[in-house]
Design a protein around this ligand. Sequence first.
Ligand code: ZN
Ligand code: ZN
Length: 576
Amino acid sequence: MKYLVFGLSFILLIAGCESKKSGPLTSFSEFEDEFVDTLWKYNPVWASSIGYHAYDSVLPIPNETTTTAYLQFLNAEKKALAGYSYEKLTPSEKCDYKLIEDFLHNGIFSIREFKANEWDPSQYNVGGAIDAVLNNSKATLETNLRMLAGRLHNIPDYYQAARKQIKNPSREHTDLAIAQNEGLSYFFKSALPDSIKKSNLSVAEKEQLQAQIDQADEAVASFVTFLKERRALGDKAAWRSCRIGKELYLSKFRYEIQSHYSADEVYAKALIRKKELLNEMYGLSQSIWPNYIKTAAPSDSLQLIRETLSFLSQKHCHKDSFIATIEKQLPELTVFINSKHIIDLDSSKPLRVRKTPEYMAGVAGASINSPGPYDKEQATYYNVTPLTGYSSEKAESYLREYNNYILEILNIHEAIPGHYTQQIYANRSPSLIKTILGNGAMIEGWACYVERMLLEEGYHHSPEMQLFYCKWNLREVGNFILDYNVQVNNWNEQQVKHLLVEECFQESAEASEKYKRALLTQVQLTSYFTGQTEILELREAMKKKESQRFDLKNFHEQFLSYGSAPVTAISELMLH
Ligand code: ZN
Ligand code: ZN
């Protein structure tokens, strides 16, 4: 359900990198290669996390020098990029060009205007830097530990610099930073000491490493104390709002979502779509009700929809067969897609359903684990968290949410032909850029688009299924509306709950979680609705352009062939 966007990691900087090689570059692909090489030098933690391990021993200190050097890098790349004539590039390169351009603009915007380094203390967290190296399965444990020594060495300086960066934090981001940094003791108290014990390092090496771990642990603890002391000042300290306000929101939306619409324009579309969905759900509920329930239907439309959904939610699998049910549904999807000529599915890259691994535990539900750009040959996993450990009440509530209807839609979104299929097409694209800087709105938009498209094509079609699709779609629409309103219009928890519980039929606990997420992050929640809206509009435009020649399968395959590029860039290439 979640797609990790890595393009925001401007805190992961490195000072003292050599500047770009001088001299003219002959081709755009050479420029791209150099760009990626240099990008990793400046972002070693990001590099480790996607499977590029050349800089595993490096941890940049988040200080002025580092930021200045990174800004220079971004500006130099911007200048170099401008040296290429966009019109002369191949279609695939054009997409890359746009992705790099927006990445650079976003990076410069982050440093110059957004300045999260000053107000979001949760930016300072070395968990990812340790995790990505410790879990690198391509190297031996000893190599990983020796690499980590380099990072551990810098941790005290890292947190010293972090304190100086924080100027006007928000309460919410401070609390998040405290909780996350306290969680790091897992590495210092168990994961790292245990790994050292298991390793074949010499006694001297082990002792040295253990001393570094203790120092790092201390540095993190004192950073946490620093944050807690500030938090204890309460109203005596100046706190920034965790909401970024309209101006920054519009800019962030522009650089991250990369739509040809502004946030305001898509917001207006979301409000219209919400109304449409509620009308459709009212009609469906009116026709479904008498088939199941003898008593008179409620006259209030929202009440009728809520009760119809609640009745149908009883249709769900047993808590012990959650994974098995998902496993059984996937082949049905494949058969349907092949028989209806919807898109070519690459059968040589099978999807493996598995129990969510322990180290990823805590992430409920289901998610796709695709191989990164540096290990394309690895299998794709569909991680499903089993419910066997849940209490019966918790399992019941969860299963009512992920009932038979919603589970089908979830499979379409996560797996076939959603994220999994899109990833296969993206990995065929020879350019690293689209995998590294992939556009989140395109990726989520595609997964949301195919939910609707498969039902349109008749997959397991019934009024009941359509009703749950509407509920699911309402969640995507609701994500946009609440993100915009929390960040721009200061919505409080009551307002968010009214939207999600009363008008989108979600559970109160889910709405509270969503509110917290909307306070701490900005814009990402808009990617689902924005992406699908743009893809649907592109499909309509293509139908108009090709008229009789329009073919749905061709449309899908051509759309995905550009990789995870912004929908706007793909549209331009497909329409002109
Ligand atoms: Zn998704
Ligand atoms: Zn039940």
